[in-house]
Design a protein around this ligand. Structure first.
Ligand code: NBG
Length: 809
């Protein structure tokens, strides 16, 4: 098969020729005179052409093997750049790099030109991207579905310490990887009414055309190419009768306009719901249509496809399958329901009440009248089922579990009732779902519940982001961990090896210098790479407690100022934060302002700045994370126990040899179990204690302040004019919330957090011991590869098998 690939990458010479010719033909430029943009676009195009044959062969193999495929639906895919991934997985770097060298060009610079598609907010979207990567690398047939948002998550600017949001126009120069598939477009209906004419006739007010753009997801040197399908909203050929062309155009623009519009307003809510139906309906229709075309009927549907519901946003898959089977295929309800149950699986990613979706019927019904009827019927039948049980038949219980109640549709309930599987994303999170949040459902459907702990692509987060560490690992334990990340465990045998320890520390220093250089270039702040890099990067949210981190470093600052003895014991620290706050999350934005205000004050203090620096990096995103993860000594994972479902940043840091300072929350619990007490800094209240306190409702933060003068002094700084830069009341709301409410137990955990930091500070002063701890963390991190998670999904939930090798077809 290989000899049929385009010759462009057969050797460096062939590449040079193809590259030269293509630059000439496309841009009328030579390699030397071309711009970085032109170099990137042509390189990307040649790589895409190189992918083409594998892509076609994968499609063919899926069809001829008639193998089950996963369709992973997610409102978010935080892909990051693809060029580095593609160069790596196709092993093209050794062909391209010499040619770039020959012309004195920097391949990294060209890779960095690629826009980082921010089609997601944080962990949930990045997880989906890692899962696509692993699915392709494990040769599992899979397609991702999402929306082709014209604007991804905003670009963050920090102005005078405040966050400002700028549009992320990632498509402005086109997207070299995507292929428009006009032929597979679907019309999606909205509004209108349902009439009964012997059968249900839905007469929508208008249609929006969903046109797929397919992005290839390339497996690790295995010939596999899966697809991420981005659905784009366009004008339907069926023109609306009830709407002016201008209004229609506006509707269209909004549907694939922006990620997560402000849903605190009615308009935002409506739009969000339309987006959800838009891509789920388009995806389900196109998949079922293809199966019907290929096999003629739906008799084997559940052996051919599984639809994954990533958090509740794609819940409408459920009534959409029902609609197709009932209204278009003439199924009876009971049969359609049996099929739908087998076809769907749901992952829950949070227990935070505000993130659990509920739609007021008054919004939902007018937009999706037929779908609403189906949900009503699902609800009605579910209530009858409950009535027939002995445990759940009371009125209160039915109200508690029903899908529609108090004029609201609860999407999570719909998912649990319909799907064949419900899973949490880390052991603790799944236990909380089973014992607390969904305890009744667990009693009702115990067989549906399971755990799959999250994972990260070790290809992106170790091999690509940290080639230096990868090199050391390769030399020390060989290359098996590329394909079998659990083989990182072989490193345990080298934890005491002085040479390995020293090389690890040297690599860490280099990666810290690289991050320091970027921060200096972008923000003009100089950092000392011999200081301890203590890093907290993730979305800004009260439960993640960036505020506790900020208060702690203020306490350190005070001690450095007032206590000369303390200086002797304190190894210099650099505290690095990166976080975007939702545009309408006022309190989170205040915390950003606080961190920046602290940074300014502290960094300017000549008295202490050799001991303490604070940086808030601007516009933290996937590409930035690739520079940050390898540079951390200490990884801050300090959420209020029970609130962080899993976390995945914690795993990326660990795999790059950072030690965790963290609470017993999410996957930290599993990291702790693996590395043992002595290789992690655990602190704080545990989930049960937090839950108990919440139930008792007897937490009085004031009592903690009264017992801890140091904490009191720190809190006072927020309101006593200490920050001369800002109005004395700038941080009053933060102060008040902590002192009078403290809903996330920042003050309750403060002292124990300080203790954990003391232990870390001490440990860091013994470099070879620190290196040993880091090596143990790396060695134990293999289990957090998303290859392991995806294998579990395939075996336990999706029942999907890899494609056979080509020569076995
Ligand atoms: C997030 C959780 C994280 C988890 C990711 C991926 C949502 C709704 N949830 O803890 O907060 O790691 O999902 O599972 O974004």
């Amino acid at each position: 098969m290989n000899n049929k690939y385009p010759s462009s990458f057969s050797s460096p010479e062939a590449f040079e020729k193809a590259y030269q010719e293509r630059l000439q033909a496309t841009y009328m430029k030579t390699i030397v005179t071309s711009s970085i943009r032109e170099r990137f676009n042509v390189l990307g195009t040649l790589i895409r052409e190189r992918i083409a044959l594998d892509w076609i062969a994968t499609e063919h193999a899926k069809k001829s093997q008639n193998i089950k495929e996963v369709h992973y639906f997610s409102m978010e895919f935080l892909l990051g750049r693809l060029i580095t991934n593609n160069l790596q997985n196709l092993r093209l770097r050794t062909i391209v790099e010499p040619v770039f060298h020959k012309y004195g060009l920097d391949l990294n610079e060209v890779e960095a030109y690629e826009a980082d598609p921010g089609l997601g907010n944080g962990g949930l979207g990045r997880l989906a991207a890692c899962y696509l990567d692993s699915l392709a690398s494990l040769k599992m047939p899979a397609t991702g579905h999402t929306i082709r948002y014209r604007y991804g998550l905003f670009r963050q600017k920090i102005k005078n310490g405040y966050q400002e949001e700028r549009p992320d126009n990632w498509l402005s120069d086109g997207y070299v990887w995507e292929i428009r598939k006009e032929e597979e477009a679907e019309d999606i209906p909205f509004f209108g009414k349902v009439e009964y004419n012997g059968k249900m006739d839905y007469l929508p007010d208008f249609y929006i055309r969903a046109v797929p753009y397919d992005v290839p997801i390339v497996g690790d040197e295995n010939g596999m190419v899966n697809v991420l399908r981005l659905w784009n909203a366009e004008a339907s050929r069926k023109y609306p009768k009830v709407m002016s062309p201008f209004d229609y155009e506006r509707e269209l623009e909004k549907i694939s306009g922006i990620l997560y519009p402000d849903d605190t307003t009615l308009d935002g809510k409506r739009l969000r719901l339309m987006q959800q139906y838009f891509f789920t309906s388009a995806g389900v229709k196109s998949v079922l249509k293809k199966i019907k075309n290929e096999t003629g009927d739906f008799r084997q549907l559940s052996e051919q496809v599984i639809f994954h519901i990533n958090d509740t946003h794609p819940t409408l898959i459920i009534p959409e399958i029902m609609r197709i089977l009932l209204d278009e295929e003439g199924y009876e309800w009971v049969d359609a329901w049996e099929v739908t149950k087998k076809l769907t699986a749901y992952t829950n990613h949070t227990i935070l009440a505000e993130a659990l979706e509920r739609w007021p019927v008054s919004i939902f019904q007018p937009i999706l009248p037929r779908i609403y009827q189906l949900i009503e019927e699902i609800d009605r039948r579910f209530r009858l089922e409950l009535l027939a049980t002995s445990t759940f038949k009371s009125k209160e219980m039915i109200e508690k579990l029903a899908i529609i109640e108090h004029q609201e549709i609860r999407m999570a309930h719909c998912c649990v009732v319909a799907s064949s599987s419900v899973n949490g994303v880390a052991k603790l999170h799944t236990e909380i779902l089973k014992k607390i949040e969904m305890a009744d459902f667990y009693q009702l459907f115990p067989e549906k519940f399971r755990n799959v702990t999250n994972g990260i692509s070790h290809r992106r987060w170790l091999i690509q982001a940290n080639p230096e560490l990868t090199g050391l690992l390769k030399q020390t334990i060989g290359e098996d961990f590329y394909r079998q990340p659990e083989k990182l465990a072989k490193l345990l045998a080298f934890q005491d090896d002085e040479r390995v320890q020293a090389t690890f520390l040297e690599i860490k220093r280099q990666k810290k210098m690289a991050l320091a250089e970027r921060i200096f270039q972008e923000q003009g702040i100089r950092l000392d790479p011999t200081s301890l890099f203590d890093i907290q990067v993730k979305r800004l949210h009260e439960y993640k407690r960036q505020l506790m981190n900020a208060l702690h470093l203020l306490a350190i600052y005070l001690k450095l100022k007032n206590n000369p003895e303390f200086r002797k014991t304190y190894h210099p620290h650099t505290f690095i934060f990166g976080a975007k706050a939702a545009a309408n999350y006022y309190f989170a934005k205040k915390i950003i302002k606080l961190i920046n205000t602290i940074a300014k004050k502290v960094n300017q203090d000549a008295d202490t700045c050799q001991f303490l620096k604070v940086v808030f990096v601007e516009n933290y995103n996937v590409s930035y994370a690739e520079v940050i993860m390898p540079a951390a000594d200490l990884s801050e994972q300090i959420s209020t126990a029970s609130k962080e479902a899993s976390g995945t940043g914690n795993m990326k840091f660990m795999m790059n040899g950072a030690l965790t300072i963290g609470t017993e929350d999410g996957a930290n619990v599993e990291i702790h179990e693996l590395v043992g007490d002595e290789n992690i800094f655990i602190f704080g209240l545990r989930a049960e204690a937090i839950t108990k306190r919440n139930q008792k409702n007897d937490y009085v933060p004031k009592t903690i302040i009264d017992q801890n003068p140091e904490l009191k002094a720190v809190l006072d700084l927020l309101v006593n004019g200490f920050f001369t830069e800002v109005d004395q009341n700038e941080f009053r709301e933060i102060y008040d919330k902590l002192v009078y409410e403290d809903p996330f137990y920042v003050l309750a955990d403060f002292e124990s957090y300080q203790e954990a930091h003391k232990r870390a500070n001490q440990a860091y002063q013994n470099p070879s011991h620190w290196a040993k701890m880091a090596l143990i963390n790396i060695a134990k991190s293999g289990i957090f590869s998303s290859d392991r998670s995806v294998q579990e999904y395939c075996d336990l939930i999706w029942k999907v098998k890899p494609l056979a090798p080509r020569n076995e077809e």
